[in-house]
Design a protein around this ligand. Structure first.
Ligand SMILES: [Zn+2]
Length: 422
């Protein structure tokens, strides 16, 4: 029996209403409204509703569905070989504010559908199969991304997680209790052999190349430089050009340096470097005042640590030069640094082979976005599959993936689970 796209489609359309202020059913791209996305931060009623929907599906498919202390949900199907390592697969159900209906949900409901299909086929899995729903991937409520997988891998302690508070001052403990998902199960990854996550690409590569499946080889590293440049605010009319300490003019050198150097690294080193200044606060921000202070946020990513380090260090050196050149003071901090994560070549090869077996075209690529899979990859042989995002759009109400691509993603995921489980 073939994977059943109609059943998966129905789950995604039904859950696509949850957390959408209009509660509208969206079945096609042309029904999307840029003002009307899904909002399902951890601990909200919408989060509870979509979790309940998924748990009902898993129960109906014969799975026992415990959840752990951070609200990760597990649905296990035992295998025929005792003590064989588990094949785990899934994604997350929480969303950003005003996000899209497929980010995360696609990976969860495809995982559940894969189990339903294997049950109906009477497939004899030797290894245990386990659907996982990670709690709080987006960090939209508690400002901590990849929460569930960080607890599962031990990168963060449950005590530290419970101290987190959302914008209304509610603690994570209370928020999970409110929605009935502060569980008591304890899960680690010691028995897990493989992990798979199907996700929307959230970028333009597959859509542009008209290829339905991307197999992720690396998840990029990420570093943020948060900087303050302090000059002297003064009268724009009376302060001669030679006597200024203009913080924004100094900042402009950083903006053009990061952009031109990242471009140069892409061209000369064939690097995958991206560098962005997405945050800029100018003080006092008046047209007739020489800017006295600028705060800026710089985002640097690459799949090679060496390239990230190079761009970070060169950028910090440019900050130092600004002090001499403009007489300003600079201070810099790196509050976030995640190393690039290579995914398992065994799993990458197996996804590629599985796609060939079901006659679906794939390419290898990197992920510029972070995913729970990157945490799991530190402990378990992990792979990710992407399906195309129409126009490369994600974290937006206009996020869309065509149903025939979703069907292909489901078929490759199901075939890979079969191959890894035996
Ligand atoms: Zn996601």
């Amino acid at each position: 029996m073939m994977a059943d796209i109609d059943r998966l489609k129905s789950d995604l359309i039904e859950t696509g209403k949850i957390g959408r202020s209009s509660a509208k059913r969206i079945e096609e791209f042309n029904q999307l409204d840029p003002q009307d996305g899904v909002t399902r931060p951890t601990g909200t009623q919408a989060d509870k509703e979509i979790r309940n929907y998924a748990v009902d599906c898993m129960n109906a498919a014969g799975m026992d569905v415990p959840n752990d202390e951070i609200g990760n949900i597990f649905g296990r199907t035992e295998g025929s070989i005792p003590n064989a390592g588990t094949v785990m697969f899934g994604s997350h159900l929480d969303s950003v504010i005003n996000g899209g209906m497929f980010d995360g949900a696609l990976g969860v409901f495809s995982a559940i559908e894969a189990v339903r299909v294997l049950n109906e086929e009477g497939f004899d899995n030797q290894r245990p199969l386990e659907v996982v729903i990670f709690s709080g991937e987006e960090g939209s409520a508690f400002k901590q991304v990849l929460l569930g997988s960080s607890i599962l891998t031990g990168k963060m302690s449950i005590e530290d997680a419970y101290k987190l508070k959302n914008e209304t001052g509610i603690s994570l403990t209370e928020a999970l209790e409110n929605i009935g998902y502060r569980g008591s199960a304890r899960r680690n990854l010691n028995d897990v052999e493989y992990m798979l996550e199907l996700h929307v690409e959230q970028g333009p590569v597959l859509d542009a190349q008209k290829v339905p499946i991307g197999i992720v080889e690396n998840i990029t590293g990420l570093a943020w430089i948060m900087a303050t440049i302090t000059g002297t605010a003064n009268h724009a009319g009376t302060t001669p050009m030679k006597m200024r300490k203009d913080a924004l003019v100094a900042a402009s050198e950083i903006i053009s340096f990061v952009n031109s150097r990242a471009n140069e690294m892409v061209e000369k080193l064939r690097a995958s470097t991206v560098g962005t200044i997405g945050r800029l606060n100018v003080f006092p921000n008046g047209t007739n005042i020489v800017p006295g202070k600028v705060e800026m946020g710089i985002d640097i990513r690459d799949v090679e640590q060496q390239n990230m380090d190079q761009l970070i260090n060169e950028t910090l050196a440019v900050f130092k030069n600004l002090e001499k050149k403009y007489g300003v003071k600079t201070s810099t901090q790196l509050p976030i640094t995640h190393s690039p994560t290579p995914l398992s070549s065994t799993v990458v090869n197996m996804i590629e082979k599985s796609a060939e077996e079901v006659g679906i075209e794939s390419i290898r690529m990197n992920s510029g976005a972070g995913h729970d899979a990157q945490n799991i990859a530190e402990k378990v042989k992990t792979g990710m599959l992407f399906v195309p995002s129409v126009n490369g759009i994600s974290h937006s109400p206009m996020e869309w993936t065509n149903w025939d691509d979703i069907e292909k993603g489901l078929r490759v995921l199901t075939q890979t689970i079969k191959n890894l489980s035996n």
